[in-house]
Design a protein around this ligand. Structure first.
Ligand code: HEM
Length: 203
C-alpha cells in the first residue's frame, strides 16, 4: 500500500457548494416544470406523471416559484465568484471549435486522456459553458413567463409570449440532455465524483 499519495486541489469550496445546490434546484425546477407543461402541453405529448412534482398545476407552480429563487441566487453567486476570482476564465478557456471537435471525436472513440483531472478538456469546457448559457436563458425566459407585462420588452426579443414558451422548453430540453451526458461522463470517470465534495483529487 502506498503512503505517498499526493492530492491536487481542483474545486474551490464556493464552486462545490453552488454546484450541488444547483443540481438540487434543477431537479425541482425540471420535475415541477414538467407538471406545469402537462397542464397545457406545447407538443402532442405529456411527461409521465410519476416523474413530475407538485401533484397538480397550482402545487407545481408553488415548487417552481420557490426553487427559482434558489436557482437564480445560487447561479448569481457562482457567476460573480467565477468572474471576480478568475475561476471561469481559468477553467473554461481557451475554447476553440477545433479543440472541441477533436476532444468530442476522441471521447466518442474512448480515447480521451484523463491524466490531469485538474484541467478540463475542450469538450468539457464547451459543455459547461453551454450549460451556464442555458441556465441564464432559462432564467431570463422564465422571468418573462412569470411577469409577461413587466418584462414585455424582454419577451419581444424572444418572439412574444408563445415564442418565449418555446425558448423556455427547448432550453430545458437541452439542459436535461447536458445533465444526462454529464452524469454518464462522471460515471465513466468516477474519480471525479468525490472531488466535487472534497475539492481535491489524488494524482
Ligand atoms: C446529480 C447530478 C450531477 C452530478 C453527479 C455531477 C457531477 C459533477 C462532477 C463530478 C463535476 C466535476 C467534473 C470534473 O472535475 O471533471 C461536475 C462539474 C460541473 N457540473 Fe455537475 N453534476 C451533476 C449535476 C449538474 C447539473 C444539474 C449542472 C447544471 C445544470 C451541472 C453543471 C456542472 C458544471 C458547470 C461543472 C463545472 C463547474 C466548475 O468547475 O466551475 N452539474 N459535476
Amino acid at each position: 500500500m502506498t503512503t505517498d499519495a499526493k492530492y491536487v486541489k481542483v474545486h474551490p469550496l464556493v464552486v462545490r457548494i453552488t454546484h450541488w445546490v444547483n443540481a438540487f434546484a434543477i431537479l425541482i425546477m425540471v420535475a415541477s416544470g414538467w407538471r406545469i407543461y402537462n397542464a397545457d402541453p406545447l407538443f402532442p405529448f405529456k411527461f409521465p406523471v410519476d416523474l413530475t412534482l407538485g401533484g397538480w398545476l397550482a402545487g407545481a407552480l408553488q415548487w417552481h416559484f420557490a426553487a427559482m429563487w434558489l436557482l437564480a441566487l445560487n447561479g448569481l453567486v457562482y457567476l460573480v465568484y467565477g468572474l471576480v476570482s478568475g475561476h471561469l476564465w481559468r477553467k473554461l478557456t481557451p475554447l476553440t471549435p477545433a479543440a472541441v471537435l477533436r476532444d468530442v471525436r476522441n471521447a466518442l472513440r474512448g480515447k480521451l486522456a484523463h491524466d490531469d483531472l485538474s484541467v478540463y478538456n475542450a469538450a468539457q469546457r464547451a459543455a459547461y459553458f453551454v450549460a451556464i448559457v442555458l441556465l441564464v436563458l432559462l432564467i431570463v425566459s422564465g422571468l418573462v413567463l412569470w411577469k409577461p407585462v413587466q418584462f414585455y420588452a424582454l419577451g419581444l426579443l424572444m418572439g412574444d409570449y408563445e415564442g418565449v414558451r418555446y425558448v423556455h422548453f427547448f432550453a430545458m430540453a437541452a439542459l436535461v440532455l447536458f445533465v444526462f451526458v454529464h452524469v454518464i461522463m462522471v460515471a465513466l470517470v468516477p474519480r471525479t465524483f468525490p472531488s466535487m465534495f472534497t475539492g481535491r483529487i489524488r494524482t
